[in-house]
Design a protein around this ligand. Structure first.
Ligand code: FAD
Length: 447
């Protein structure tokens, strides 16, 4: 019997663990991740204000991937992907030198960073794991590739917040998108003596989401004393800015909660975008999710079409404004997993072969779930938007208050359970992406 083909998956969070589960029966799957643990990113804000929560958001990858799922796990950072030789150079935790491993297929699920103002995109919201990032880190004394390192960082920030709370300090949250709103309201609930201000350069909070949801969040923040300033850009060096936000002496602490920054350092420049959020660096892909060269390099398929990029790491759109082949897909977990599903289907199609294999690949689409946003307002309130798309103000607020907070909690518990490869989470979430027919959204009726 011929040996199974080898598939390398880079990244072991939402889209990476999805690929591993999907492909493990037909491929020798190797998952490589630069950190030793899974962390449920959407819940991490709570961990900084209630450190005990970190345990319910994290688990170590090796026992889950190797013993439960039955795939190979490498704890190391991919430093280079060679499309011609089909090899990845990996700096593992155990060696200073770089290992080279070969693959037949590769799915890149390496996510992104969330600190657009930092040279390497560092933020509290995502552990600092890349060699390039660690070299210029604000928390060099902590190694967040270890779960214990992440725990120490969470505790350090928690103690800092306790001190600020004792001093009744002023806090500025920059950016009133869903992350900024969640962070301000978590701080208000767990540290009630902080004096909180939130700003955004847009005219309302929650960016492009519908007015009903923005109004709901604004009313909540207003009721609990969080000052809001809109149509207000962040100009920390301008004294007039501080007067405008009623903090003439500046803020004791500022948290930047805007935007994303690419971290695809291991990819050749010819595949990375010149433009895009955080200054570009996103992996170009075609409608089959195969990595392509950037348009100025011809835009053709990179390598031999067996390398795919899904989730937060890719450019997220195909075409240009007014002529979209795929309009910008939000960098959230549902579309990342949906893309992982499409890429896995295409890997299987290529492997099955046949003369038309590369012509019969499925095309990805803007998934309906990319329009779902659950924004928490502290632990006991939230709002849930459904049906948003690339049009500003689209979507409907369909759930709010305690039921929405419960919904967000159930999503968190069951998603972590699924990523941990436990039966309940897998059962609950399996049919979300494995739908035999698509009744809503922009996908074909049947894949
Ligand atoms: C504060 C916050 C709140 C959020 N809330 C929500 C929410 O409520 N709902 C929602 O849907 N989304 C939310 N998101 C977005 C969501 O977390 C991301 O869209 C999702 O994590 C993307 O999944 P991914 O698998 O593409 O990448 P990631 O989850 O970023 O995973 C990438 C993995 O790749 C690994 N990696 C990266 N580079 C390398 C390398 N060179 N070598 C080896 N491994 C590497 C990383 O260690 C990581 O494990 C939130 C994000 C933030 C920051």
């Amino acid at each position: 019997m011929a040996p199974k083909p080898r598939c390398l998956v880079i990244g072991a969070q939402f889209s990476g663990s999805f690929c591993a589960r999907e492909l493990k029966s037909q491929f020798f799957v190797t998952v490589v991740d630069a950190k030793e643990y899974f962390e449920y990113t959407p819940g991490v804000l709570r961990a900084f204000v209630k450190p005990a929560h970190l345990d319910s958001l994290t688990f170590t990858l090796q026992p889950v991937l190797e013993r439960k799922m039955g795939v190979k796990y490498i704890w190391g950072e991919v430093k280079e992907l060679n499309g011609e030789k089909k090899t990845a150079s990996i700096k593992t935790m155990s060696f200073k030198t770089v290992d080279e491993i070969g693959f037949d297929y590769c799915i890149i699920c390496s996510g992104c960073n969330f600190g657009p103002f930092k040279p390497m995109g560092e933020s509290l919201w995502f552990p600092t794991i890349h060699e390039e990032g660690r070299a210029v880190s604000d928390w060099k004394h902590i190694d967040e590739r270890f779960l214990e390192g992440r725990r120490r960082h969470v505790l350090e920030e928690y103690h800092k917040l306790q001190d600020l709370n004792k001093r009744k300090a002023t806090i500025l949250v920059v950016g009133a998108g869903f992350i900024g709103v969640e962070w301000a309201t978590e701080l208000e609930h767990f540290f009630p003596d902080l004096k909180l201000t939130i700003i955004d350069f847009l005219p309302k909070c929650l960016g492009p989401l519908p007015d009903s949801a923005a109004t709901y969040c604004s009313e909540y923040m207003n009721a609990c004393g969080i000052k809001e300033f809109y149509n207000c850009g962040y100009e920390p060096k301008n004294p007039d800015f501080w007067k405008k936000v009623e903090l003439p002496n500046g803020a004791d602490e500022t948290y930047v909660c805007i935007g994303v920054k690419a971290s695809n350092y291991f990819m050749p420049k010819c595949t990375l975008s010149d433009k895009g959020p955080g200054g570009g660096g996103w992996i170009h892909m075609n409608k089959h999710l195969q990595v392509t060269k950037k348009p100025s390099e011809g835009g053709g398929v990179w390598a031999d079409g067996t390398i795919f990029a899904v989730g937060d790491c890719n450019y997220g759109c195909i075409g240009e404004p007014g002529k979209w082949e795929l309009p910008p897909v939000p960098k959230i977990s549902y579309p990342g997993e949906e893309q992982a599903f499409h890429a896995c289907k295409n890997v299987m199609k290529l492997q099955r072969g046949g003369s038309n294999a590369s012509k019969n690949l499925i095309s990805t689409w803007w998934p309906w779930g990319a329009g779902m946003f659950a924004t928490s307002l502290g632990p006991h309130d939230a709002c849930f938007v459904l049906g948003a798309n690339e049009t500003k103000g689209s979507g409907y607020m369909v759930n709010w208050w305690i039921p929405a907070a419960l919904q967000k909690e159930i999503i968190e518990k069951t998603k972590v359970d699924e990523c941990r490869d436990r039966w309940l989470g897998v059962l609950i979430w399996h049919f979300v992406h494995h739908t035999p027919v698509n009744l809503v959204g922009r996908g074909p009726w049947c894949v």
